[in-house]
Design a protein around this ligand. Sequence first.
Ligand code: COA
Length: 302
Amino acid sequence: MTTSSSVRPARTPRKEPVFPPDLLSDQVVIVTGGGSGLGLAMSQGLCRAGAQVVICGRNPERLGKAVETLRSLGGKVSAIPCDVREPAEIDRLVQQTVEQHGKIDGLVNNAAGNFLCAAEDLSAGGFDAVVKIVLYGSVNATLAVGKHLIARGAPGSVLSILTPYAWTGSAFVLPSACAKAGVLAMTRSLAVEWGMYGIRCNAIAPGPFPTEGAWSRLVPEASMIEGLVEQRVPMGRVGEHSELANLAVFLMSDASPYQNGDCVTIDGGSWLSGAGEFSEYTRYDRERLKLLFRAMRPKKGS
Ligand code: COA
């Protein structure tokens, strides 16, 4: 490689609200893992669009702080401590949500667990811990909310937060890759099975969206991530939480009533940049690259 091309700054996300404040005003939405990170960002987006939001998680103190933040946006918000791995706790979550808000219209499967580990060092318990949170947790919550919607005869929406490595796989996160692939299979299966009930099942696969929780578990040394974004993300930057929140609101709302069984990737083009055979050439100086291309072109008539 000679010198790398500089990436032009991409358009930055809007700071002002994108959606009308009443877009979700008649909707009650549960967000698992809604007390921090991307779950909290999506909960904020849902509140700003008028939804009543119920956040759940294992840490009551964290949930309490998140409720204060969300209420300051004017949202009607509840926090219900819950471990998504336990079906009985999910049943209680559904029951208490109905008691407090009257019904449930939507679910965001966001709760996750992950850590870096060489597969040959992974214990059975380690695999179990992540798969139980991500796959079993998403299935537990989806089935419970789905049963509620079907019994009510009401339409609804389930959104699951995945990752592009749900379909590519990834080194060093085997349990997470297996679990997220399972949640993608759940999304597509139920999209077909429950479409007749008006229940839409979709997913989002976010690329690099820094959060304290994820970065502390997935970036061993700062030097290992430096330069990676520039090299791997065609847009040349990480994602902003509001960008993910806007996509989640869109997919949960009547702005996308025909979207079903889809997984929308939001990663600045990152996973595809490693896929194309010649994509590495984007890292070369563009003008020099064009000169090389022209030099390779056969002369007319030769
Ligand atoms: N590397 C290897 N194995 C690990 C590990 C690590 N970093 N962390 C935990 N484990 C293993 C433990 O050794 C244990 O397995 P064993 O019984 O076979 O020895 C198993 O995982 C359960 O550990 P424990 O700490 O009891 O799990 P937990 O249920 O309290 O926590 C985790 C689950 C491990 C997923 C934990 O990281 C967590 O709670 N994460 C939630 C937040 C999160 O990860 N967010 C993801 C942001 S990307």
